[in-house]
Design a protein around this ligand. Structure first.
Ligand code: SF4
Length: 76
């Protein structure tokens, strides 16, 4: 089974992943993790949110290449 990993040290919440997901299981929400200061600043620049998985990912892979900060990985 394929799972999506979101690297919260990299995610800046720019959101193209949310737009391309065919099953709408990604959502931008306020950060819920301890983040390095540099990440906190970049998140703030883009509206103060990060991407969260809110449902069952079907592993299509569409979100991975559109992430501008390479924060998304699919793994088995
Ligand atoms: S891999 Fe596909 S289904 Fe899973 S979160 Fe990314 S776009 Fe959505």
């Amino acid at each position: 089974m394929v799972e999506l990993y979101i690297d919260y040290r990299r995610c800046e919440g720019q959101g193209p992943c949310v737009d391309v997901c065919p099953v709408d299981v990604l959502e931008l929400r306020p950060p819920a993790h301890d983040l390095p200061l540099a990440t906190q600043l970049r998140v703030r620049l883009h509206g103060g949110k990060q991407a969260f998985l809110i449902g069952e990912c079907i592993g299509c892979g569409k979100c991975v290449p559109v992430c501008p900060t390479q924060a998304l990985t699919l793994y088995e």
